[in-house]
Ligand binder design. Structure first.
Ligand code: IPD
Ligand code: CA
Length: 298
């Protein structure tokens, strides 16, 4: 069946796929910075389905949709048999089809909240799965000119420079990034407050810059040592998870199990020793999955 077909590509072909995505993502970056320069980075709608998750998940601009269209039309012109899961094309947040075919998992603007506030921490995140495994990804922050990439088994890079996660193994030495879900329902807020309180007692530093794709990527870049999140989506995690893994970091489900791209939860750390210290205190917040099928990716 087409759905379960095994697709085979060489490393060279996968590198070519990534290069095509990087080109489109950089063009999209110009659309993003242009909108910020011309003050067209305004909120046009609230995503009602996301309101309970907090303000950062619900905000939408015209540029989110323009960028997603640009990337999908560019990649589908090059690769007509590839599939797409794009944040803004997934109606009501529900993924209805996911197969073994090359599938691009796209967040056109991660950090839309930062975008509408003209904060430079805005990125585009594009991950590629083949046979339902992550094989390539790019996280591009256009305002800062940082382009993070990874190909399975080939390492992670930022603007061509090889990345390595930090050597931090102790909570007391760790910079921890987490989400402060402003506007979220009281349960999500309560869980975040409890985790923040423990992190404040134990860590070296805590930050909440957002967007999630960059927060994950910083751990691969050695620019932070830990990030956890309950309730993001596969498009926030796909590229970043591979970047962290390829940089030598640890990517897990925050329950301590294997990372599952469709679970909506993630824990990334510089080392397994640090991850174990975080797992010992982390309070979970339960959400629906992106997809019922349980799939481990790394
Ligand atoms: C949001 C950002 C934010 C995270 C939210 C996400 P979006 O994604 O990644 O940092 O805290 O949970 O929804 O809506 O800007 O793509
Ligand atoms: Ca987005």
């Amino acid at each position: 069946m087409e759905e379960n077909k095994v697709w085979e590509f060489s490393d060279v072909q996968i590198a070519e796929f990534l290069a095509a995505a990087v080109k489109l993502v950089k063009e999209a970056g110009e659309m993003i910075t242009d909108a910020m320069d011309k003050q067209k980075n305004v909120e046009i709608d609230v995503k009602e389905a996301n309101v309970a998750e907090g303000n950062a998940s619900a905000v939408l601009t015209e540029t989110d949709m323009k960028v997603e269209k640009h990337i999908i039309s560019g990649l589908s012109a090059l690769y007509p048999d590839h599939r797409f899961i794009g944040e803004e094309s997934v109606a009501d947040g529900l993924i209805t089809s996911y197969t073994s075919a090359p599938t691009w998992i796209i967040d056109p603007i991660d950090g839309t909240m930062n975008f509408v506030h003209s904060n430079p921490l805005v990125c585009t995140s594009v991950g590629l799965t083949i046979n339902k495994k992550l094989v390539a990804g790019v996280v591009h922050c256009p305002v800062l000119g940082l382009c993070y990439t990874a190909v399975l088994g080939q390492g992670s890079y930022c603007n061509g420079k090889r990345l390595s996660s930090s050597d931090v193994t102790q909570m007391a030495k760790a910079m921890v990034i987490m989400e402060l879900p402003v506007g979220a329902n009281s349960e999500k807020k309560g869980v975040a407050m409890a985790n923040l309180s423990t992190v404040m007692d134990r860590a070296h530093a805590v930050r909440a810059p957002g967007p999630a794709a960059l927060d994950i990527t910083w751990v691969g870049a050695g620019a932070a040592d830990c990030f956890f999140h309950f309730g993001i989506h596969c498009w926030d995690m796909a590229a970043g998870a591979l970047i962290v893994q390829e940089a030598g970091g640890v990517v897990l489900d925050p329950s301590g199990g294997e990372f599952d791209l469709m679970s909506r939860d993630i824990l990334v750390c510089s080392s397994r020793a640090l991850a174990d210290q975080v797992l010992a205190f982390l309070k979970p917040y339960n959400t629906d999955r992106d997809l019922e099928e349980r799939l481990t990716y790394l």
